[in-house]
Design a protein around this ligand. Sequence first.
Ligand code: ADP
Length: 366
Amino acid sequence: MINISAKDVNFYYGSFHALKNITLDIERNTVTAFIGPSGCGKSTFLRLLNRMNDLIEGTRLSGEIRIDGEDIYGRDVEVVELRKKVGMVFQKPNPFPKTIYENVAYGLRVNGVRDRRLIDERVESSLKGAALWDEVKDKLKKSAFELSGGQQQRLCIARALAVRPSILLMDEPLSNLDAKLRESMRDELRALQKRLGITSLYVTHDQSEAMAISDKVVIMKDGVICQQGTPQEIYEQPASRFVANFIGKANFIDGIFKGRDGEAALVEIGGKTFSIPAPGKMEGVEVGGACCLTVRPESFLLTKDAGALPGTVSRATYYGAKIEYEVMLNEQPIIVEVYNPQLTERFSVGDTVTMSLIEGCVRVLK
Ligand code: ADP
């Protein structure tokens, strides 16, 4: 069931066109990660959903944003009511100058909850949800400013959770935490989101976080959505070189598209034609025109198969779980990762090898 829908959304800061034709649907009770280079418009989009940008002078919005079917920029919308439904956590912790307990209880009181037991329960469950309870349960009456930066951020997450918003906007909420805490918090947030049934929108610049936490990933660049899909779709079927490079690592091998052979694509590389199995959608690729094979480093098999791409090993680095080879294909270095190296033949610098493509793991792009 669709919870949030944006249609042809354009947004301007003065004359600066920050969001361009943003159209997307977000299903209820899912996590959507927004990822893209700094300044691409991720936070701007998030802030439109609880009308935070209303506070900025000289902005202009066109298009439509609906939450539960209601146009949130419609005439009758009360922003205070909207914000009860749409919570937000920012990158920098911003606790209120109150006690730890009161920070979490505050939203409940504003919403008119008076039952002390219910407030106690909600404070505890929210602090547990934000993985902070054990650290603060004996000092709930202390000022929030006595907590460390990481603890303050978890307090802000607990504060947002306490009022049980149906939508939670999170703008890089974990970026100030250390790596270990970040990983456990992200699992915690994921579990909590499922348990409470909150639709979460999550801005991050960490691609592994985006992949791990979300049902859907939206990749943006210069105010435009480049691709949206499940983490698997984005990783396995990147729609452009930009996406392939932004999420994970990729090799790009230039060639000329010669035509189809059943399900395979025939591509000329370095004067020889190769049959590329299951290349997926090949938008904009024309017979006789330039194309580019996009292949993840782990999507090659190093073999002696005569039909595969030939090369010479120029580097072999042993990492334990994998060996990373650099193989020169004509003049171009190709990165090949072989996992479980104990199961496969090993190669050394100078060896002649061939690189077969695992079926369905290559994209032919323009
Ligand atoms: P991201 O979250 O992807 O890093 P933002 O949404 O914060 O990007 O910003 C998108 C673009 O809008 C950037 O170029 C930024 O400089 C510009 N921008 C953001 N906030 C304002 C503002 N209040 N006034 C003018 N320009 C802004």
